[in-house]
Design a protein around this ligand. Structure first.
Ligand code: A3P
Ligand code: MG
Ligand code: MG
Length: 364
């Protein structure tokens, strides 16, 4: 019999999902470590890049001008689309050793970035963006990396060429600059230059149903100096901007699902929202507990998102049960499709995202 080359996973209706035991399904078991990116986007490990939230005394009356610029500001190219997981792989190489200090394959079924996991969680309710995931299994661990569909590329290009969208992206980063400083309790100085590349990433070890995962996530803010020493107990902060007087249904239907999925995976305690007008002035702030967001959901269910991600990972394991290290599998879904489809890519594909230095490390 010919080996099977195409696989599908049906996206079932909400009521076919058993959501009863969902609270036991996902758990961050521990925080395995952290790393940073410096102002040029280089991987490093330096406490100076950790940022601490500073909440002004009166959150209802602030005046932050998101248009403020500095000639030394560093911006990411608007159409940048990274198809690699190099920084989490670097962290794995530096941190996965056995008791004798010898290299050891990571202790997880899956290694990836948080970005791919939260986008998968949103798939049952997504009606705009397609999602393409490539997967390689090596030494029992499956590595997941986002690759972009033609549709993703066109959308990102259109976004980069749209002056309003480009402006909103810059505003989001500038908002962070008004909200965090390099010392707890120190007021931020938004006149200083900023870089969109600079970031703190935390590495999580989580469990989702039968699956174990290691993933990296970018964190906007810490609250206390001791947080870096005990990130599991830290109250982690996500920062978001939002148009003031945004349509409430559309906010609760489309925005909150993404904010929630992104935050719950990273054990974020609360999101600080900066409400901005169309001129880029933030006039008020609100702190929103992540745990309360599922109650505000309109047209989506938080447990369903979790169950979908769990079942997707089971599908990946099933499809790749006999995969070898040279195989790359592709999982693609387009809005409107009732199933996720998968296939093994033919030899010569351009999707082998495990770099040579990582593969050499794996075989030592
Ligand atoms: P806002 O979300 O406040 O608009 P994050 O919120 O994930 O920390 O990202 C910080 C900012 O980067 C965002 O702030 C937004 O400006 C920009 N950004 C992140 N993801 C983006 C995307 N897919 N498209 C455009 N801008 C994005
Ligand atoms: Mg961020
Ligand atoms: Mg943010």
């Amino acid at each position: 019999m010919e080996p099977k080359t195409k696989y599908t996973m049906e996206l079932e209706d909400d009521d076919l999902y058993d959501l009863s035991d969902v609270d036991d399904q996902f758990k961050v078991k521990q925080i395995a470590g952290w790393y940073n990116k410096d102002r040029h986007g280089n991987y490093c490990k330096d406490e100076q890049y950790a940022k601490y939230l500073y909440l002004p005394r009166n959150m209802k009356e602030v005046s932050f001008d998101l248009n403020q610029k500095h000639e030394e500001d560093v911006y990411k190219p608007q159409n940048e689309m990274k198809e690699s997981i190099d920084s989490i792989l670097k962290w794995v190489v530096e941190n996965s050793t056995d008791s004798e200090g010898m290299p050891k394959s990571p202790d997880a079924d899956f290694v990836c970035y948080r970005g791919i996991l939260y986008q998968l969680m949103c798939v049952p309710y997504e009606n705009k963006d397609s999602l393409r995931v490539c997967a390689i299994k090596a030494k029992g661990t499956t590595y997941l990396c986002q690759f972009f569909t033609e549709q993703n590329r066109k959308d990102r290009q259109a976004q980069a060429e749209n002056p309003d969208m480009a402006k909103f992206t810059k505003w989001g980063h500038k908002f962070e600059h008004y909200m965090v400083s390099d010392e707890p309790g120190k007021p931020p100085d938004a006149t200083q230059p900023m870089s969109e590349y600079e970031e703190l990433n935390i590495v999580y070890q989580s469990m989702l149903g039968p699956h174990t995962l290691i993933y990296g996530a970018e964190i906007d803010g810490l609250t206390k100096k001791e947080d870096l020493q005990d990130l599991y107990q830290a109250k982690l902060i996500e920062l978001k901007t939002c148009r003031q007087n945004a349509n409430n249904y559309s906010f609760c239907r489309y925005k909150l699902i993404k904010w929630w999925a992104q935050s719950m995976l990273a054990k974020i305690d609360s999101i600080v929202v900066g409400y901005r007008n169309d001129e880029g002035m933030v006039k008020s702030l609100e702190q929103m507990r992540v745990a309360n967001i599922p109650k505000m959901a309109k047209g989506w269910s938080a447990p369903r998102c979790v169950v979908f991600l769990r079942d997707f990972l089971s599908f990946v394991k099933h499809v790749m049960k006999d995969a070898t290290e040279s195989d790359v599998f592709e999982f693609v879904w387009y809005p409107g499709e009732s199933s996720y489809s998968a296939r093994k890519l033919p030899p010569g594909n351009n999707c082998n995202f495990l770099p040579d230095w990582f593969q050499s490390w794996l075989v030592t």
